[in-house]
Design a protein around this ligand. Structure first.
Ligand SMILES: Cc1ncc(COP(=O)(O)O)c(C=O)c1O
Length: 350
């Protein structure tokens, strides 16, 4: 299994008409670049950078938490949360397919001496409360000490309803676990759920939010939570070399993204639905869609031929030799680009 094989562009160069590999591929637009250029900066390791301070404060406030910490990536943000919550010999209960378990190089084990206890993820992206309860270890010196439950929303584009999130968090809390939420696409989740940021964030002690996915900033994530945990995470950030100096140029992009790009996530969801609709009409394979992601499994298994055909037309997809192809909508893809991608796919199957 490798989710990343076949993700590199084969043409490696020209700006594509439509890059559907991920919502991480966005480029800052003119407004964002202007905000970055105008940013007043200071040394953030000294706590002097006004943009970073504003960004941390703004996201903490929006999510109803005491404090925030700006970090280079979602992986670091999750890792700092795990390191802040747990000690050596403790374990994190986490969904088997969740990013924290499968896609972050086991950082918590390598760097923190913790174990990750994976549990099955339901087809709807949620964790079953009974499965969480079952996974919690008894207090016995043979076992790791169960300390943290790590949830994810959205997961592979699937939005987990608040009631299911609450049920999972409650199961963790009954066993005295703290709760972390990997909210890499936190605002995709809240906009699909039609809930407030505090409704979703309130289920967890700490939440990690990525600015460099659907929100369109080039770099950065923010971890929010109780001040004491964020102070601990700040020490780990320094230790891991994640303390950035005049990071305000990046934080300014994040602030711009929060101001301009959260409401527009519904446009990505609508375009993903349109793309799924167009693919279904072709009747060439299985199609599913949720929030900004479409999964298309070609019935003929000619994934790589399709990828090469599209690449020649400036439409970039990432795919393995067989199986589902993930198509992700984001701020750099408008209706024209969706139509261009669909027409090129139609031509392939024509
Ligand atoms: C659900 C989820 N969590 C965390 C991350 C990590 O973010 P980053 O790539 O910034 O390290 C990703 C990245 O795609 C993700 O999809």
């Amino acid at each position: 299994m490798n989710n990343y094989a076949g993700m590199a562009r084969s043409d490696r160069g020209n700006a594509p008409v439509c890059d559907l590999r991920s919502d991480t591929v966005t480029r800052p637009d003119a407004g964002m670049l202007a905000a970055m250029a105008a940013a007043e900066v200071g040394d953030d390791v000294y706590g002097d950078d006004p943009q970073v301070n504003r960004l941390e404060h703004e996201l903490a406030e929006r999510l109803g938490k005491e404090a925030g910490l700006f970090v280079p990536s979602g992986t670091m943000s999750n890792l700092l949360a795990l390191l802040a919550h747990c000690q050596r010999g403790e374990e994190i209960i986490v969904g088997h397919g969740y990013h924290v378990y499968i896609d972050e190089a086991a950082g918590a084990s390598v760097l923190g001496g913790m174990s990750l206890c994976p549990v099955p993820v339901r087809a709807d992206g949620a964790l079953d409360p009974a499965v969480i309860t079952e996974a919690v270890k008894e207090d016995d010196f043979h076992y790791a000490i169960s300390r943290l439950l790590s949830l994810e929303n959205t997961h592979n584009g699937l939005v987990v309803p608040l009631a299911d999130m609450q049920a999972a968090a409650d199961a963790g809390r009954r066993a005295n676990l703290a709760v972390h939420l990997d909210g890499a696409r936190f605002f995709n989740a809240t906009s699909a759920l039609g809930c407030s940021a505090t409704d979703l964030a309130g289920l967890a002690d700490t939440v990690s939010i990525c600015l460099s996915k659907g929100l369109g900033a080039p770099v950065g994530s923010v971890l929010v939570g109780p001040r004491e945990l964020i102070d601990r995470a700040r020490r780990w950030r320094k230790m891991l070399g994640g303390g950035m100096r005049q990071a305000g140029v990046l934080a300014a992009a994040g602030l711009y993204a929060l101001a301009h790009n959260t409401d527009r996530l519904t446009e990505d969801h609508a375009r993903a639905a349109a793309m799924a609709d167009g693919l279904r009409r072709l009747q060439c394979g299985e199609v599913s869609q949720a929030t900004n992601m479409v999964f298309f499994t070609p019935a003929d298994g000619r994934n790589e031929d399709l990828r090469d055909h599209l690449s020649a037309e400036g439409v970039v997809i990432g795919c393995g030799a067989t199986g589902a192809i993930r198509l992700v909508l984001h701020t750099d893809i408008d209706d024209t680009a969706v139509e261009a991608a669909l027409s090129s796919i139609r031509q392939f199957y024509g």
